[in-house]
Ligand binder design. Structure first.
Ligand code: BG6
Length: 498
């Protein structure tokens, strides 16, 4: 096989500088790339090879983790980078790219290409067809496509058709970086490498589940992208639903790309369709508003002053199968919340009877298991224990495992892990075409409802708060409430700006 050539479309964009280049550098640092690898950056911005190298060098100094910063290695890495200024919507540039690839690889070019589409989603349908026109879709090539894959079910079906006309399914890597997170993979290990929780992991013992992935930042300079996408497409249809799948899936018999992804698809296909739900009660959308000196969403750069794009979603979903029937899954995501946190909280059912008399009648009767994916990754079990001394006062206490105890090795970067998997042709942690379609099939009715009810509520919430109150009300019918992640774990308060 000839040299690995990674071609990044969108090479002057935010994702490339913040995530992709640091991830490639970290693979280089860990000797995970071929000695002869090449990276070709592509975008409309005008750079030469030299000026692009200077630009990436600066960005690496800004975005690399201090533990891997090494000037000599950065310089060596930078020498593998090249750049091609081109308009990806016309064929001319692709001919130039093809010529350039032939120059690099000589006459025995087997096409060991990895195309990375870090572009606005509007280009996802265009680029593969041009690659095919100039014959770059070789049988050894692979393509990584960022999310959201499609804008709704119809467009996802069309995209899948386009990709399948250019590449084989095993060459298509639909990336969802949440699956590259060490702690997301650890959820699988927690569930399937241990026997202790499995007998409890079902409707007989679990009351409800919360999944939270919120951030304490706004949309920064991504307004142009975000205003067309919104929280449902940006976070829920991919990241959050993946976490639902990891929490709810059946154990596969073997752990490989087919068996694992079969189980994910089964979860998506078992989601109770949203056709009969009250959309306004079960799906709460919000948009952040100005507070103190922080801008509201509509004041952000690139956002129209009357935008109705949601920056927050909370919703209830159910899974119609033997394991989960009747157990609500409450999921939420939002920008400009009090903290950045991703966690899954499993609420077990209450004890059937409480024989202790507790202070002020408040006995903790239900156990909670908290799986914290980020930050300060860990697992916490909340249990009731007796307070020392006279009487029998029961108190809710915490049994905690800190992920750092696994040797203090910093958890690997999600993008580095996934790019490495793609280079190894391992698609286990990437989304298969049927999963994308099943997920869109579930969420499409929400998009249709919002479209056909343009005045349906979009609640404002001030920057730095936990989102619209309506999302609390949504849970009351089940006597449930959102867990405040700032009060969950030992030592979390420093992560909360409350
Ligand atoms: C991205 C979204 O996929 O995930 C962003 O487009 C979001 O809007 C980001 O900020 C969150 O990822 P992480 O890894 O920082 O939690």
């Amino acid at each position: 096989m000839n040299k690995l050539t990674i071609i990044i479309f969108g090479a002057s964009g935010d994702l490339t500088k913040r995530k992709l280049m640091p991830a490639l550098y970290s693979l280089f640092y860990n000797n995970r790339l071929d000695k002869e690898f090449i990276v070709i950056g592509i975008s409309r911005t005008s750079f030469t090879d030299e000026t692009y190298r200077d630009y990436i060098r600066q960005e690496l100094n800004q975005f690399l983790d201090a533990t891997v910063l090494n000037e000599e290695l950065i310089n060596k890495f930078i020498n593998h980078l090249y750049y091609e200024t081109m308009d990806p919507t016309t064929v001319e540039g692709y001919f130039r790219l093809s010529d350039r690839l032939s120059q690099f690889n000589g006459c025995d070019d087997f096409g060991n290409y990895l195309f990375y589409l870090a572009t606005p989603p509007s280009l996802y349908s265009i680029i593969p067809l041009f690659l095919k026109d100039v014959g770059l879709n070789t049988k050894h090539s692979r393509i990584i496509v960022e999310k959201p894959f499609g804008y709704d079910l119809q467009s996802a079906l069309e995209l899948n058709r386009i990709y399948e006309s250019v590449f084989e399914e095993h060459q298509i890597f639909r990336i969802d970086h949440f699956l590259g997170k060490e702690t997301a993979q650890n959820l699988l290990a927690f569930r399937f490498a241990n026997g202790v929780f499995e007998p409890l992991w079902n409707r007989n013992y679990i009351d409800y589940i919360e999944i939270t992935a919120v951030e304490n930042i706004g949309i920064a300079d991504r307004g142009g992208f975000y205003d067309h996408v919104g929280a449902l497409r940006d976070m829920v249809q991919n990241h959050l639903i993946q976490l639902v799948a990891l929490t709810a899936m059946e154990p596969p018999a073997l752990f490989n790309a087919d068996t694992f992804r079969n189980e994910v698809v089964k979860v998506y296909n078992s989601l109770t369709p949203l056709e009969h739900v009250d959309f306004e009660e079960h799906i709460v959308r919000g948009q952040y508003t100005a507070e103190y000196n922080k801008k509201g969403y509509r004041e952000e750069k690139g956002i129209s002053p009357d935008s109705r794009t949601e920056t927050y979603i909370a919703m209830r979903l159910e899974i119609s199968n033997w394991r989960w029937s009747g157990v609500p899954f409450y999921i939420r995501t939002g920008k400009q919340m009090p903290t950045k946190v991703t966690e899954i909280v499993v609420h077990f059912k209450e004890t059937p009877h409480q024989m202790f008399h507790c202070d002020k009648g408040k006995c903790p009767r239900a156990n909670k298991l908290i799986l914290r994916l980020q930050p300060n990754e860990g697992i916490v079990l909340r249990i009731g224990l007796k307070v020392p001394g006279a009487g029998f006062e029961i108190k809710d206490v915490t049994m905690a495992f800190d992920y750092n105890q696994l040797g203090g090795i910093p958890s690997g970067d999600a993008y580095a892990r996934l790019i490495d998997d793609c280079i190894q042709n391992d698609s286990t942690l990437f989304t298969r075409s049927d999963a994308v379609e099943a997920s869109w099939k579930f969420f499409d009715p929400i998009l249709e409802y919002w479209k056909s009810h343009p005045d349906s509520p979009l609640h404002g919430y001030p920057v730095g708060t936990w989102g619209p109150l309506q999302s609390e009300n949504m849970m009351h019918e089940h006597h449930a409430e959102w867990t405040n992640p700032c009060k969950n774990l030992i030592d979390t308060d420093k992560y909360c700006e409350l």
